[in-house]
Design a protein around this ligand. Structure first.
Ligand SMILES: *[C@@H]1O[C@H](CO)[C@@H](O)[C@H](O)[C@H]1NC(C)=O
Ligand SMILES: *[C@@H]1O[C@H](CO)[C@@H](O)[C@H](O)[C@H]1NC(C)=O
Ligand SMILES: *[C@@H]1O[C@H](CO)[C@@H](O)[C@H](O)[C@H]1NC(C)=O
Length: 530
């Protein structure tokens, strides 16, 4: 019996034992995910992030399919001064129990999140003051200035909710297209259309079901127990494609794959060495190994306003250029085939990856091959499941190259990623990068408010960063989701930030045709097809 058959049998046994197949309502659309909110208490950890992804919670602003920041519960925001902003709310907006969304309740939610959740403090500081200045206007006063309040309010850490304490126990109530009917911790959530949300009549009931991992999800999809499987390991796709009633869609996600160089290490301090490695890496080979995604040097994905066309992929796999740079930097090929300097020391690279993003694990040996092909000695380190092991390596700067996956536009604006990773004192700067030139451009970017000007300033920042090669961006990865026939028109976007949405389509069963999945152009996710 194959591992997958094991998984299927196990799943069958489990559903018989627990009766969990009956837990889902007969007609409900079943959305399978590998993560689920731990509760509806939006103030805890990253619960608000999950609730937004589940279609339960909304924010004042959000990021749309095109990567643009757009109003959601708010209608607009206006700057009063550097640290004071007025947010205007949509008129007539309601919570899922019919309670009107008022400036008072919004102010309370913002203040409470800022007090209780550190993620709601990173952009505005702690001690945020929010108060209603009329029914539909909230005045926000922050301890840190910002020039992009709409993006800040699009961060997941600012969900809009109120706590109804009239019942037996306090209940969190939200404004999203779906409301929680039944919450079974660590197993499933029954969702019903929020009747106070436009278009409620066209919406179906949904059961959000949590799966232990992508393989269990694929097995359930194969058995017809899931309508939207979000998301699937690449090695399950070939089998699933053989099924008539399953469609697979692939889409590019914001979690970019990249590799950071440690400029504190002697061998990495010379920009020519970093540039040589950057030149030699074949992004095409990486996306082939990943069976999907798109190689790129741009720090932001295509299809967002911040994708830098000019950086694009550029020359892929320029081995000769790389060899010339290494020669120039004094790392010559010795008779043994290894690159050594004048003192006879080998050029060594400790290449670290972590397992939590499987794509990194797949790419690591490909990059190792490239480095060895240049005569570089590679020490490959794959850390364990316990994140503290990776954190220790980062804290101690014990790497030359660190492979990394990062959502670079979590709230639609590039400022957070650029500042955190590329400022000398940035909170996520792991490789000792400290450039006055880049910092000046980032300072400039932080004062720019106009959208078009931000796009330009970001392009400048990217070009300046890539000139000094503190990082090699590698691939915009693609994820694969499985769809049943009635959900064949579902369009995934926004990585896993917005899985269940107001626009969930539903297609009546059409027994004669296989669920058709359109693959975004340029996304080769068929194993072996490239
Ligand atoms: C939600 O969690 C916070 C801690 O962040 C806690 O103080 C509060 O009592 C919880 N609220 C409810 C209604 O359970
Ligand atoms: C970055 O370099 C400047 C000098 O150019 C120095 O004053 C500063 O302390 C450095 N920052 C970090 C975090 O290393
Ligand atoms: C952005 O840059 C382009 C090309 O340099 C220029 O034509 C355009 O006016 C700039 N846009 C803004 C809003 O600054």
């Amino acid at each position: 019996m194959t591992w997958r058959a094991h998984a299927i049998v196990l799943l069958l046994c489990l559903s018989i034992l627990t009766g969990s197949s009956q837990a889902a309502k007969d007609d409900a659309i079943v959305v399978g995910k590998t993560f689920m909110a731990g509760s509806t208490n939006a103030t805890l950890d990253s619960t608000a992030w999950s609730l937004v992804s589940h279609g339960i919670a909304e924010k004042l602003f959000t990021v749309d399919e095109m990567g643009e920041i757009v109003p959601q519960v708010a209608s607009s925001v206006q700057k009063v001064s550097d640290q004071v902003w007025d947010v205007m709310l949509k008129d007539g907006y309601k919570f899922s129990d019919g309670t009107p969304v008022t400036a008072d309740l919004v102010a309370k939610a913002l203040t409470e999140m800022n007090t209780l959740n550190p993620s709601a403090q990173s952009s505005l500081g702690s001690d945020l003051k929010a108060e209603a200045i009329d029914d539909l206007t909230v005045r926000i006063e922050s301890t840190q200035p910002t020039h992009i309040m709409d993006s800040v309010l699009a961060e997941w850490a600012f969900p809009i909710y109120y706590v109804d304490d009239t019942g037996f126990e306090p209940t969190f109530v939200f404004t999203g297209p779906y409301a929680v009917e039944n919450f079974v911790e660590d197993d499933h959530i029954d969702l019903v259309p929020n009747v106070h949300y436009p278009g409620a009549d066209e919406r179906q009931e949904i059961t959000l079901k949590k799966f232990q991992d992508g393989d269990a999800l694929a097995a359930a999809l194969e058995l017809g127990q899931v309508d939207v499987a979000f998301h699937l390991p690449v090695d399950t796709l070939a089998d699933l494609r053989k099924k008539d009633d399953v469609g697979i869609k692939s889409f590019e996600v914001g979690y970019h794959y990249m590799v950071f160089y440690n400029l504190c290490k002697n061998n990495m301090a010379d920009v020519r060495v970093r540039e040589a490695i950057d030149k030699a890496i074949s992004r095409n080979a990486l996306s082939q190994a990943l069976q999907g995604g798109k190689g790129t040097r741009s720090l932001f994905p295509q299809g967002t306003p911040y994708f830098s066309e000019s950086l694009g992929l550029g020359a892929d796999e320029d081995k000769t250029g790389a060899e010339e740079l290494l020669d120039e930097a004094g790392w010559k090929v010795s008779p043994s085939g290894k690159r050594t300097n004048a003192q006879g020391e080998e050029l060594k690279v400790k290449l670290v990856a972590y397992p939590h993003r499987p794509g990194l694990v797949i790419m690591q040996p490909v990059i190792q091959d490239t480095l060895e092909g240049l005569g570089i000695t590679v020490e490959k380190v794959l850390t364990g499941d316990d994140w503290s092991e990776t954190q220790e390596i980062i804290d101690e700067g014990d790497f030359d190259m660190l492979m990394w996956a990062q959502h670079t536009l979590p709230a639609g604006d590039p400022g957070w990623f650029l500042n955190a990773f590329f400022r000398g004192d940035g909170g996520k700067n792991m490789g000792c990068f400290n450039s006055t030139t880049v910092q000046e451009i980032l300072d400039e970017l932080s004062t720019v408010e106009d959208h078009g000007a931000r796009v330009n300033a970001t392009a400048n920042a990217q070009a300046a960063i890539l000139q000094e090669v503190p990082v090699s961006n590698l691939v915009t990865p693609a994820w694969h989701i499985g769809l049943s026939k009635r959900m064949k028109d579902y369009v995934p976007w926004g990585s896993d930030y917005y899985v269940i949405r107001a626009d969930m389509p539903i297609t009546p069963n059409q027994p004669e045709s296989k669920a058709e999945a359109e693959e975004p152009e340029g996304t080769a996710d068929e194993p072996g097809s490239n």
